[in-house]
Design a protein around this ligand. Structure first.
Ligand code: NJP
Length: 243
């Protein structure tokens, strides 16, 4: 309660679910994404149902200048940031032989550099307050070998490396740094990731519900962990499929 929770990629999927759920529990979600119409609609619904006063801002996390401007605006308008959920991201599932370099570059700009840019904006504020929690949405693709996802997996391994090192850098502070590594989840993710539909067809029965993943993330927000070994529940599902 009474917390300001900044959520990137809040216009759909996990980010949207977390935004709605934290508001139901009395925290204020600050929703960021490129699709302002969707954000406006979600915010309106949240503000009809709750008194938390949700905000939204248009942001393409791959635009570093925009990241700086938006975070400055957020701080001016809401004063402090308690939690940053770095959730914005996308994947394109294809073998390296099929892939375009430009697509892989874009994935790194959003999934890795965008996440680092947002983190760099909130970090001084959290250090100043000596409290806060940065939660990065990585993936099982950041831990295991996953099919047709060399480019995407590389971005999520980068997210985990960044997260683990930042956690060490901040161990003596009161700032928590976490990663969540879900398996496949029923969201819009696969409309871009799996254009052929073959991956989804194969893993459909094992897919996690976005509500479940959002609930796990909220548990983590309420009970941040210090230890370097991530609790088992953070490794949700499994993506060891050989397609
Ligand atoms: O997917 P989706 P998820 N700047 O497509 C936003 C990871 N993950 O909820 O900008 C700012 O419903 C986009 O907003 P918009 C995955 O890698 C997923 O599943 O308006 N925002 C939308 O709100 C990702 O990191 C699965 O288009 C940008 C959101 O990101 C996270 O979960 C498995 C943006 C994506 O919502 C959330 O994905 C896994 C940009 N440049 C990890 N580009 C899975 N679904 O199976 C995109 O292990 N967004």
């Amino acid at each position: 309660t009474n917390q300001n929770i900044v959520i990137t990629g809040a216009s759909s999927g996990i980010g949207e679910k977390v935004a709605r759920m934290v508001a139901e529990r009395g925290a204020r979600p600050i929703l960021l994404a490129r699709s302002t119409e969707k954000l406006a609609e979600i915010c309106e619904q949240v503000n009809e149902r709750t008194t938390v006063g949700a905000f939204y801002y248009q942001l393409d996390v791959s635009n570093v200048e925009e990241v700086k401007i938006v975070f400055q605006k957020i701080l001016q308008e809401v004063g402090h940031i308690d939690i940053l959920l770095n959730n914005a991201g996308f994947g394109i599932f294809e073998s390296l032989q099929e892939a375009n370099f430009a697509d892989i570059e874009k994935m790194f700009r959003v999934n890795v550099l965008g996440l680092i840019a947002c983190t760099m904006e909130v970090l001084p504020v959290m250090i100043n307050a000596n409290r806060g929690h940065i939660i990065n949405v990585a993936s099982q693709a950041g831990k295991l070998a996953t099919p047709k996802s060399s480019g995407y997996a590389a971005t999520k391994h980068a997210v985990l490396g960044f997260t683990n090192s930042l956690r060490m850098e901040l161990l003596k502070t009161n700032i928590f740094v976490s990663a969540v590594n879900p398996g496949p989840i029923e969201t819009n993710f696969f409309s871009i990731a799996d254009k052929s539909g073959n991956y989804v067809k194969n893993v459909k029965r094992m897919m996690l519900k976005s509500d479940y993943v959002a609930e796990q993330i909220i548990k983590l927000m309420m009970n941040p962990k210090r230890e370097l070994n991530l609790p088992r529940w953070m490794n949700m599902g499994s993506t060891l499929y050989n397609l």
